[in-house]
Design a protein around this ligand. Structure first.
Ligand SMILES: *Cc1c(COP(=O)(O)O)cnc(C)c1O
Length: 461
């Protein structure tokens, strides 16, 4: 125990140890992630084409596969200082509860009002929009974390923020919606009658409760049609993973400071931004042959993009107006069964992580909802933090790995990303506590229509 005590419960970095650059893992990848394609021409999207939808500086970050470090602008650093560095916590109580010889750490990103890691990229994207002299930004939100984070960032910088919120969440999470409005955003349930693509989707699927793919189509349409507006996205894109690298850089700096080398790094994966950010510097070492880590993406069994998806070019949205991305995907036509981890319901996955997974540099597991909430409650009771359902996927996998160590006696060091808090997810917890939560794993027949919706693309690079 004497050795243990040398490592405090919370590992904080001093303020001046906040990373001053983001790390771009693409710079160390031998095979770069496949480029976004123009669905009209089948050719890679140019900066000019992307510039009609996204802010100019963000387009440059999106397309840059070679620059390893991007200095973080001072204004963003100042904002980060309000809630960063985020704590890296040794889960002593969870270890004791499990009786495992494994050492478990979690990097907690729920320490800001928006309640998740999404703020790390929201402030960056809002900053570049402001710098470009834009009036505002449009976006989609599923469970609401991204919309909340973006509203906060836009309020801080005095930008207008129009959020299309997946209808089922809009109805189920009125408080989340109200937080966004409190920060000055306008929130429209999607699909809506306010856009052409929304009308089309409603005609084809009357009574639909929406999906992230639909909401993206609507937000893009509004950005393209309104001068002074651009569209921003909270995950999947290369630029978002770049901003989220602040999570991994801090984690690595803190571990290095205490001389700890992790064996495993675990994170939940929706579009891949928190995981991509958490693993970035570790994956960089792995790619450069300097170290090895067992890296695990955890996804819901109800939306298994990595474990059951295809690595193919696909649309990012239901309306098929966005560029094509090569990624592990269930097809843009896939509508997942209702699952309480709204942030993990996207049909595709970050092209960066998709390529790394394809090359066998990381692995993935799919977990079922009730098992996830069991882990969430076990964690909440001993560690105190009420985790988001999305984050609890990582908790599930970390607990499972720690229990394997108990069997084998291995003293592995496990680091996982605790991406956010679950205060707006109490309906899900209520279902679980009432024993009403169900698990739904799609059959191959359920997945078939999504795969059938994949576009035929013969881009060879
Ligand atoms: C959005 C979200 C996720 C999933 O998104 P990624 O881009 O895969 O990180 C995970 N956890 C929380 C709390 C979220 O809000």
């Amino acid at each position: 125990m004497a050795e243990e005590r040398k490592i405090p419960y919370k590992i904080y970095l001093e303020e001046n140890e906040l990373p001053i650059s983001w790390y771009n893992v693409r710079a160390d990848m031998k095979t770069k992630p496949a480029p976004l394609l123009n669905p009209g021409t089948g050719r890679p999207m140019t900066a000019e084409e992307l510039g009609g939808v996204f802010c100019a500086d963000l387009v440059a970050q999106e397309l840059d596969n070679d620059t390893p470090y991007f200095p973080i602008p001072q204004e963003i650093l100042d904002f980060y200082k309000m809630y960063r560095p985020s704590p890296l916590v040794r889960a002593y109580f969870l270890e004791k509860e499990l009786g495992t010889p494994a050492k478990i750490y979690y990097k907690f990103e729920g320490n800001n009002t928006s309640g998740s890691h999404k703020l790390n990229s929201a402030i960056a994207q809002a900053y570049y929009a402001k710098k470009q002299g834009l009036k505002g930004v449009t976006t989609e939100t599923g469970a609401g974390q991204w919309g909340t984070a973006l509203s906060m960032a836009c309020a801080f910088l005095g930008l207008d923020c129009k959020v299309f919120m997946v209808k089922v969440s809009y109805e189920q999470k009125p408080f989340r919606r109200e937080v966004m409005r409190t920060y000055g955003a306008s929130v429209t349930p999607s699909p809506s009658m306010t856009t052409d693509v929304g009308k089309k989707i409603l005609e084809a699927h009357p009574g639909t409760t929406g999906s992230l793919g639909c909401a993206i189509s609507e937000a893009v349409e509004v950005a393209v049609k309104n001068p002074g507006y651009r569209y921003v996205l909270g995950s999947v894109l290369n630029q978002v993973l770049l901003h989220q690298s602040v999570i991994g850089l801090e984690t690595k700096a803190a571990l290095d400071k205490y001389g700890i080398k992790p064996d495993m790094i675990i994170g939940c994966a929706g579009g891949g931004s928190n995981l991509g950010g958490l693993i970035a510097p570790f994956m960089g070492e792995k790619l450069r042959g300097e170290a090895d880590y067992d890296i695990i993406a955890v996804e819901p069994a109800s939306c298994p993009s990595f474990t059951r998806g295809k690595y193919a070019y696909d649309f990012c949205d239901t309306g098929m107006i966005c560029p094509l991305a090569k990624m592990y995907t269930l097809g843009s036509g896939f509508i997942p069964s209702p699952n309480h981890a709204g942030g993990l319901r996207f049909h595709g996955m970050s092209p960066v992580l998709s390529e790394l997974y394809h090359e066998g540099l990381m692995r993935a597991v799919a977990v079922e909802q009730t098992a996830v909430f069991e882990a969430a409650e076990q964690f909440a009771r001993v560690e105190g933090i009420l985790p988001a359902p999305e984050s609890s996927h990582a908790i599930r996998a970390a607990i499972d790995e720690a229990l394997k160590c108990k069997e084998t006696g291995e003293e592995k060091t496990i680091v996982f990303g605790l991406t956010g808090t679950g205060y707006f997810d109490m309906v899900a917890y209520e279902k679980f506590n009432n024993g009403e939560m169900t698990d739904y794993i799609p059959t191959d027949e359920d997945l078939a229509p999504g795969f059938a919706s994949l576009p035929k693309v013969d881009y060879k690079g």
